[in-house]
Design a protein around this ligand. Structure first.
Ligand SMILES: O=C(O)CCC(=O)C(=O)O
Length: 276
């Protein structure tokens, strides 16, 4: 368990919490190498997406498209890299996520993603809630574990969170000039505080967030990389409920209304039930 009882309470109140270190320097180096390999298209197996999240050229380098900001997004690197799949199965991470999901008995990988903001050109990831961007699932009980592969700090684009926002339902959010969340006041409950706060995470540490928590990450203004890996876990009862397309949908082999399962949604945690 990577969160203390007090941190578990904080998570339920605030919608996110920072956990302990889960990777040593050697493991981090290995994952960075694997990421580079997959990003350059040199891995045998391929991920679902390997692109610049901000659009533009499919090339990442600033030389390919001068002025183009870049957030490299690799979706389902676990399919291309055994080291990342191993991290998805980390028993401490999955046991913690199960606790955060009301003691879910089973967890599957919904999908994962690298977000890499390269030095100098690394751009922002706009404010959003995850669940509305996943329009083929129900219910909104998913939890993400976000593992830093570099120190993620304010100046190189750590995530920002709005405490308590996971309890306000679906709210369309835009990103303001000053990287503040912009939203319609009438859509949030009266009297709630909507102040964003940074969530710096040291390399090798993990942080957790709920799929309705408002979050985003500004540009990388430094000469340091900001690499991170998010694992989006779904409890075993999550069903396939398609309303709009999603890149991972091509892996779905069940019918609407059925539990979303199959080899591309591997079980990574099963709670051992104690005999009565
Ligand atoms: O890595 C980032 O800055 C954003 C990741 C994110 O939006 C997520 O994990 O849900």
């Amino acid at each position: 368990m990577l969160l203390t009882p007090a941190q578990l309470d904080q998570f339920h109140l605030r919608g996110f919490a920072k956990g302990a270190r889960v990777l040593d320097d050697h493991q981090i180096e290995k994952l960075r190498e694997e990421m580079q390999l997959v990003m350059e298209g040199k891995s045998k197996e391929k991920p679902v997406l390997n692109r610049n999240l901000l659009g533009g050229s499919s090339e990442y380098g600033p030389q390919a498209n001068p002025g183009q900001k870049v957030v490299v997004q690799i979706v389902n690197i676990w399919e291309a890299s055994p080291a990342f799949l191993e991290l998805c199965k980390n028993p401490e991470i999955t046991a913690t996520v199960s606790r955060l999901c009301n003691h879910a008995e089973t967890l599957r990988i919904w999908h994962d993603q690298i977000q890499y903001k390269p030095p100098g050109v690394g751009g922002p990831t706009g404010w959003h809630q995850d669940f509305p961007a996943w329009p083929i699932l129900q219910p909104a009980d998913l939890i993400s574990a976000w593992v830093a592969l570099d120190d993620a700090e304010i100046d190189n684009g750590c995530m920002w969170m709005v405490p308590g926002s996971h309890r306000w339902g679906k709210v369309p959010i835009r990103t303001g000039e000053d990287f503040q969340p912009v939203f319609e006041q009438a859509l949030v409950p009266d009297g709630v505080e909507t102040k964003a706060e940074p969530m710096p995470v040291k390399k090798g540490e993990v942080a957790f967030h709920h799929c309705m928590t408002w979050h985003g990450s500004p540009a990388n203004k430094t000469s340091r990389p900001r690499r991170a890996f998010a694992i989006h876990y779904m409890p075993g009862y999550t069903i396939y409920a398609p309303t709009r397309p999603h890149p991972v949908e091509k892996h779905v082999a069940v019918k609407p209304g059925e539990v979303l399962q199959g080899e591309k949604f591997p079980v990574v945690y099963e709670r051992v039930l104690q005999p009565a």
